[in-house]
Design a protein around this ligand. Sequence first.
Ligand code: GLY
Ligand code: MN
Ligand code: MN
Length: 433
Amino acid sequence: MKAEEFAGRREQLMRMVGADGIAILPSAPVRTRSRDVEYRYRQDSDFFYLTGFAEPESVAVLVPGRPGGEFVLFCRERDQEKELWDGGRAGPAGAVSTFGADDAFPIDDIDDILPGLIESCTRVYYTMGMYSDFDSRIAEWINALRASASRSAHTPHEFVALDHLLHDMRLYKSRAEISAMRRAAKIAGKAHERAMGVIRPGLFEYEVEAEFRHEFRRNNAWVSYSPIVGAGRNSCTLHYVENNCQMQDGDLLLIDAGCELDYYASDITRTLPVSGRFSPEQKAVYEIVLDAQLAAIELTRAGRHWNEPHDAAVQVITKGLKKLGLLEGSVERLISDGAYQRFFMHRTGHWLGMDVHDVGDYKVADQWRLLEPGMVTTVEPGIYIAASSDVPSRFHNIGVRIEDDVLVTSNGADVLSKGLAKAPEDIEALMSS
Ligand code: GLY
Ligand code: MN
Ligand code: MN
């Protein structure tokens, strides 16, 4: 992502914040995995969206109209000894020269400098409740200002939820963002293809997961969430991430795996027959889910509201389950009383972007939001038939989900993950080649 992209975002946000406001964003904290081992650091999405700065212990401040510079970055100082162990740091000078800060200070000086920046503003834009330690520091700075002898009419008297503004911006993807998301989808698609080439009875689920991790890393991407690789009964466990069972002939295998590239995620699911051929029951269920997905994608277009694709998927799935004899009664009734939810218990999609379950409201003023060009959503209906005495055994342990990443454009859906097989015959052909 180019420096101008980040600068443009800051400008857009600052126009909304206005000359008497200040926006403050902390970086994500470093998190401990176990004892003295840390997780690989991942910058906070909002912070990165505005700065492109990936270091911990940083604070970004936007002060529209400040004569000394509108974009102020607090960050760690250069330190030869520490950099030897942990890698390079930009330091305040690098924050200015490389990251476009107008002004930058050592993070250790923030107590001395930030209150002075806040003091001249009436509104503080800040996302409360995300990082409690930083929430407390904000409260301390404000309280100190209020208590100080120099307090004046300028002391801020209004807090505004920064995430409301920022998350609405993040919902509409720019060309550069769409391009990053296309690349993330492409890599994940290749990884799914790679997996289709190795799946066979006797393999363990983790061996399939390994194919994804290999393909992601060789493209400089990381998993964007823990991959779900569930065969047989595991295909019916929505958040199955153990991935430690051996796959049997006759199992269906549900793989939900996507990657993050340059801070943008893909999220793709395919469901495959471990033997390479779907059984008649597996295929029947699969085709219902595929029809539901195609119907939902068709409605993922500008002018439709957020829930229309889901409604379409629910219709197709409920009709299909009735036809298979798994539900009885009128389709209308099965939908209105939620009977279909026994087999399709999640929503058809979610916003996708820097976060897998990306930010942005699904409703505006209590109404489903209209889809607009630039929004990206997943479309991922499913049917999950766990083993149960009131379901014919030939349907047991059939869990199917098909998930693609879809960009809303001014003329219909643009499937970012297109090109990856999903028709049953295409999957069977790929698996036998
Ligand atoms: N992989 C998470 C989801 O599909 O929502
Ligand atoms: Mn998803
Ligand atoms: Mn998924």
